[in-house]
Design a binder for this molecule. Structure first.
Ligand SMILES: [Fe+2]
Ligand SMILES: [Fe+2]
Length: 268
C-alpha cells in the first residue's frame, strides 16, 4: 500500500510498504516516490519481488516513463536488485555512491546502465529535482561502505536507508512512531550487528542535528515522527555501541559447528 508522507500543490512524498507477500523469507521493506513540480524520483526501489507492485502502485501517481532518477542509498539486494527491470521500463538515471558505480551494472543485462549512472562522491551533493533539490548526505558505514541518506528540504523528511530500521511486519510498519521508548527493542539488535561503529554514529548524529527534521523514514519498519522521538533517536544512536565495538577475538575462531544441509540446521 502507499502512504502519503507529505503533500502540497507542487510536492509529494509517498511511502510504499508491504508490497511483497509476507512469507517470512524476505524482510519487510519500504520504497519511496518523491515528485516535485512534475519531476519524479524513486528512492531505494527494492528487489525483484517488489518491482511489479511498485511499478503499478507508483503509476497511479506518476508515469514511470517520466521518472528522472532511481536513487540508491547503497547496493544491497533489497535496495536495487530490481535495477534491470527499472532500467528497461524507464529512462531514469541511477544515482548511487561512486564506490558502487561499477558494481551496480552486475544487476542488469549488458549495456543497460550505459551513460545512465550518476556516481556520487563520498562528500555527497545536492541533486536537482523539479524546482527543488534533494540533499544527498554522507552516511558511510551505516551500514554499507558507500552509503547515503536523502534529505528533502520541502517535506523535511530524512530518508535513512538502513539506519533507524525497526524489525516489524505488516500494518505495524505503516504507522509512524512518536514515542521512541517501546520502539528501541525493535531496533537494537539490528543496529548492533549491521551498523559499523559508534564513532561513525556519533559523527553522523553531529551532522544530522544541523537539519530541521520532521520525520526520519527508514527502509525497513516504521517512520519516526516528531521533534521528541527524533531527538531521542539521535541521542540513542549517539550512545549505542555497535559493530566492531562489540567484536572480540572470540568472534574470530576457527569454526567447529557443521551445517546439516537437509534440515538446514547448525549442529554444534
Ligand atoms: Fe542494507
Ligand atoms: Fe535494507
Amino acid at each position: 500500500m502507499s502512504i502519503e508522507l507529505y503533500r502540497d500543490d507542487n510536492h509529494v512524498c509517498l511511502m510504499f510498504t508491504n508490497l511483497i507477500e509476507e512469507d517470512g523469507q524476505a524482510i519487510q521493506a519500504n520504497q519511496f516516490l518523491i515528485v516535485d513540480n512534475g519531476t519524479g524520483a524513486i528512492i531505494d526501489p527494492g528487489g525483484n519481488i517488489a518491482f511489479n507492485e511498485l511499478f503499478m502502485g507508483m503509476s497511479r501517481y506518476f508515469p514511470p516513463n517520466k521518472l528522472s532518477y532511481l536513487i540508491a542509498s547503497h547496493a544491497d539486494p533489497d535496495i536495487i536488485a530490481s535495477l534491470d527491470r527499472w532500467m528497461t521500463s524507464t529512462r531514469a538515471q541511477l544515482v548511487i555512491s561512486r564506490i558502487w558505480e561499477r558494481f551496480a551494472p552486475h544487476f542488469t543485462k549488458v549495456g543497460k546502465t550505459e551513460n545512465r549512472v550518476i556516481g556520487v562522491p563520498d562528500a555527497g551533493a545536492r541533486l536537482p529535482l523539479g524546482r527543488s533539490e534533494l540533499h544527498i548526505l554522507p552516511a558511510h558505514f551505516l551500514h554499507a561502505e558507500g552509503n547515503f541518506h536523502f534529505y528533502d528540504p520541502i517535506s523535511r523528511i530524512l530518508f535513512t536507508g538502513d539506519l533507524g530500521v525497526s524489525l516489524m511486519t505488516g500494518a505495524e510498519a505503516e504507522k509512524p512512531v512518536t514515542d521512541l521508548g517501546p520502539h528501541i527493542a525493535l531496533m537494537k539488535g539490528f543496529h548492533q550487528r549491521y551498523m559499523v561503529s559508534n564513532k561513525i554514529l556519533r559523527m553522523w548524529v553531529q551532522m544530522a542535528r544541523q537539519l530541521r527534521i520532521d520525520m526520519i523514514v527508514p527502509q525497513h519498519g516504521a517512520p519516526i515522527m516528531g521533534a521528541k522521538a527524533i531527538a531521542d533517536l539521535l541521542s540513542w544512536l549517539e550512545e549505542l555501541p555497535c559493530g566492531i565495538d562489540l567484536f572480540e577475538q572470540s568472534n574470530y575462531q576457527l569454526p567447529t559447528a557443521s551445517i546439516d544441509p537437509v534440515s538446514r540446521q547448525i549442529r554444534l
